[in-house]
Every structure is written in structure tokens, then in C-alpha cells.
Design a protein around this ligand. Structure first.
Ligand code: PEP
Ligand code: MN
Length: 337
């Protein structure tokens, strides 16, 4: 349930209502807008059945929420959220481009890629240091050494940095080196990891699970936010369907659906969605056209010899060309890079 206060309700009035709810053993989460304060109530509502909350001073109305996710719910937070990372803000005014290799392979490779994606206009360099590979015999990542290269690349080229984490130890290590952590599709419902990501206080990019519904995805985001960390960005990266011509099926409808259901920013990853570099540019444009807040794109200096995901990685010229072609779409969307 949400308690909507009347415009410009004084702080004492908000405290009184929140206090009463807490006394009954429920949790409250305040969302303070320019005019209106909203109190999100999490817990067993029946405990409030004898309270006439609408009669309290400055209470405007009570809005029931049927969805199990509250903190990621747009009803609780009507304004779109913004997630600030260094000087960059991910949200409704910007188009965030995260680009880089699937895996950090060595120092030189990452520095070269970071330099090139920066030149083409990306604000983030991405790169996996812990790779959740389907086969245990595939390259598993450089771990902390890879994180160190990420930090170096971010510093050298003034880029924000993002790395996937797959364990509590990886979160601790990533917190020392990168600006944002990523929970990958395979871990979207690793609830312990979600809680740890929440407790880390770091901005989190939460990818959609391979077979997750949008409601399951928003519930996963709820785990992170419920730990007191509202800095969550969602990433649509394709889902499993019966179609085999692409690695996954990019569910672009997730963008407007998320927009309606949640206040969280949502970006699109056409690289993992398709697995084919030729399909990445058209879908990247479509994602911007349908309102995505950003893109995650795999870029490699030598896709043919990449240690992972070569076939879906754009070369430098292809990425550069895509960034040029995106300009018109970005302008039309009213956003800036
Ligand atoms: C990745 O971004 O490197 C990755 C493994 O993506 P996903 O979790 O979407 O498969
Ligand atoms: Mn990859």
C-alpha cells in the first residue's frame, strides 16, 4: 500500500503517519517529490485494518498495490529514477552507452578498446572479469587482475566502469575498482547475491534472466532496493524462445512495459540478445526509438580471436559507424549522450 500525503505536507505530519505504521510492525519507505511525499508501506496490511489512516492530518489517499514489488513499482515512485555514476546520470535525459569486450583479456586489449569506445562517444567501458560461462572449460575471466585493468582504463580515458559480479567476494573486489556492478542474466534470481549487491551500496545493473517474466525481474530489483540501495538500472538482454536464428529473442516490448510498471531506468543489450554482430545496429536503433535509457554493446579489437562472444562483438569501425547513425535517433528522443 502507498500513503499519498497532500501537497507540501509538513515533515511532522509525514513522521506521524510513518511512525504509526511502524508501531504496527510494518516498514515504511519515503519518497519525497517536489510537492508530494509518498509513504510506501511494506508488510502485512491487515495490521492496519483498525487505523483510519485517511483521517490523519495531511493524508490525501491510500493506494493499494497488488504487485509484490513495491520499491521498484512506479506507483510508489511516479517520477523516473536517475542513477548517478561519477559525473554521468543514467535516466530520462540521457542515452547511456556502455561498450567494451565481453571479457577483459589483458591490459593492452582493454586499454585499446577503452580508448576507441571513448573516441566514439561511449560513457562507460564494460568488461567481464568474472565470466559465468556455460562450459567450465571456457575462459573464466582474469578476476581481480581484470578489475585492476578496468580501473586503469576508466582513469586513463575518463570513462565510467562496469563489471559483472558472480559472488560476494567478487562484489567486495569490484567495489574497490569499478563504478558499477552488473548482475548477469544467469544470476538474476540468485537472491543472496541480490541482497549482497544491495548491501554493497554500489550502483547495480540488473540483467533480465534468460527465462524471467518482467514481474520476476522487478521482484529481483526489489531485493536490491529493499537493502536500502535504490541505485538500480535494468537491462533487457533477450529471452529464450523457440527461435534459433538468434541466440535469444530481444523483447523490446519490455522497455515500454517497464516504463509503465517501474520508475527504474532500463537499457537494452542487443549483443547478448542476438549473438550476431550484423543484428546489433538495427536493434540498437530500435531500442533508442522505443525509449530505452541506454545500450550495452560488445566491442572488440579483434572479434575473430576474442576469448568469448566474438561473433556478436562489433569491430571499432562498426561501433563508430553505429554511434554516428544513432545520433539522429538520440536527438529525436530528446536525450543527450
Ligand atoms: C555479459 O554482459 O557479459 C553477460 C554475460 O551477459 P548476460 O548475463 O546478459 O548473458
Ligand atoms: Mn558477452
Amino acid at each position: 500500500m502507498i500513503i499519498v500525503m497532500k501537497p507540501h505536507a509538513p515533515e511532522e505530519a509525514v513522521k506521524r503517519v510513518a511512525g504509526l505504521v511502524q508501531e504496527k510492525g510494518l516498514e515504511t519507505h519515503l519518497s519525497q517529490g517536489k510537492e508530494v511525499t509518498i509513504i510506501g508501506v511494506v508488510g502485512d496490511k491487515t495490521k492496519l485494518s483498525n487505523e483510519n489512516l485517511t483521517m490523519l492530518p495531511w493524508v490525501d489517499k491510500l493506494v493499494p498495490i497488488t504487485e509484490s514489488y513495491k520499491l521498484s513499482n512506479r506507483k510508489f515512485h511516479p517520477e523516473p529514477s536517475r542513477v548517478k555514476i561519477k559525473d554521468h546520470e543514467i535516466g530520462p535525459d540521457t542515452l547511456t552507452i556502455m561498450a567494451g569486450p565481453c571479457a577483459v583479456e589483458n591490459e593492452e586489449q582493454l586499454m585499446t578498446i577503452a580508448r576507441e569506445v571513448k573516441k566514439s562517444g561511449a560513457q562507460f567501458v564494460r568488461g567481464g572479469a568474472y565470466k559465468p560461462r556455460t562450459s567450465p572449460y571456457s575462459f573464466q575471466g582474469l578476476e581481480e587482475e581484470g578489475l585492476r585493468y578496468m580501473a586503469e582504463a576508466g582513469k586513463e580515458y575518463d570513462l565510467c566502469t562496469i563489471c559483472e559480479v558472480i559472488s560476494e567476494e567478487a562484489i567486495e573486489a569490484a567495489a574497490k575498482y569499478v563504478d558499477m556492478i552488473q548482475i548477469g542474466a544467469r544470476n538474476m534470481q540468485n537472491f543472496q547475491l541480490l541482497r549482497e549487491a544491495g548491501r554493497s551500496g554500489m550502483p547495480v545493473l540488473l540483467k533480465r534472466g534468460l527465462a524471467a517474466t518482467i514481474d520476476e525481474w522487478l521482484n529481483a530489483a526489489e531485493y536490491i532496493i529493499a537493502e536500502g540501495n535504490p541505485q538500480v538500472v535494468l537491462c533487457e538482454r533477450g529471452i529464450r524462445t523457440y527461435e534459433t536464428s538468434t541466440r535469444n529473442t530481444l523483447d523490446l516490448s519490455a522497455v515500454p512495459v517497464i516504463r509503465q510498471k517501474s520508475h527504474l531506468p532500463v537499457i537494452v543489450d542487443p549483443s547478448h540478445a542476438t549473438g550476431v554482430c550484423a543484428y546489433v545496429p538495427p536493434l540498437a536503433k530500435a531500442a533508442v526509438a522505443c525509449g530505452a535509457d541506454g545500450l550495452m554493446i560488445e566491442v572488440h579489437n579483434d572479434p575473430e580471436h576474442a576469448l568469448s562472444d566474438g561473433p556478436q562483438s562489433l569491430t571499432f569501425p562498426a561501433f563508430h559507424q553505429l554511434m554516428g547513425e544513432l545520433e539522429g535517433y538520440i536527438n529525436l528522443s530528446g536525450r543527450t549522450l
